[in-house]
Design a protein around this ligand. Sequence first.
Ligand SMILES: Nc1nc2c(ncn2[C@@H]2O[C@H](COP(=O)(O)OP(=O)(O)O)[C@@H](O)[C@H]2O)c(=O)[nH]1
Ligand SMILES: [Mg+2]
Length: 233
Amino acid sequence: MNDAPLVDVVIPALNERESLPLVLGDLPRERLREIFVVDNGSTDGSADVARAAGATVVDEPRRGYGSACLAGLAQVRRQPTPPDVVVFLDADYSDHPDELPGLVDPILTGEADFVVGSRILGNAEPGALLPQGRFGNHLAGFLIRRLYGLKVTDLGPFRAIRWDALESLEMADRDFGWTAEMQVKAARQGLRYREVPVSYRKRRGVSKITGTVMGTLRASHKILYTVFRYSRG
Ligand SMILES: Nc1nc2c(ncn2[C@@H]2O[C@H](COP(=O)(O)OP(=O)(O)O)[C@@H](O)[C@H]2O)c(=O)[nH]1
Ligand SMILES: [Mg+2]
């Protein structure tokens, strides 16, 4: 890999004006080329806040976590030079953006293709991972270990992946299956997978997924569907 590796960041965001400046403020900018905040139809001025904090805003009106990530990747692809590594993290300031080097470095040194920040191996502040989220991740991790043999402890949103490895996965999920899809496809492709401990704090603003009954049901269903779907054939 080159002397100055190219690292781009994709942050899906839906109404996170309060937390976006904190996330963008804590990212180690000197290590990054571009930060794409994908505004997924926010009505709270998230896009302006992200722009003011130095991010490149991508507009994706089609709702869904995966939709937003796919739109971010399309933008990454449009750059004249592809990145070496892409990092994903959430916009709610639950992840600790300053922990980014711990995810990226194993890829830059050639030890891994795909690194997921595990909140189970790391420090989750009490109340940051809701019981339903914890249970869902536990079950998904168990199934992925059994069905794919990949040692997964968490479907955490904070993750880094080599660009060409990511492209080879042909990611497709438009909502809550996105994180699981990346892990099970990585297992099938034989990518070198690693987890590193990350910290996790209580989010700012309002939870849209595990903090709501519908969000939890929809996410659990889609994650399980995704885990079983790619285990066949
Ligand atoms: N693009 C997009 N992002 C979403 C959607 N729902 C949630 N998010 C973002 O996904 C991340 C995780 O959602 P969050 O509400 O924190 O779920 P929780 O961590 O389970 O409480 C946050 O950055 C949200 O802004 C959605 O429909 N589209
Ligand atoms: Mg969250």
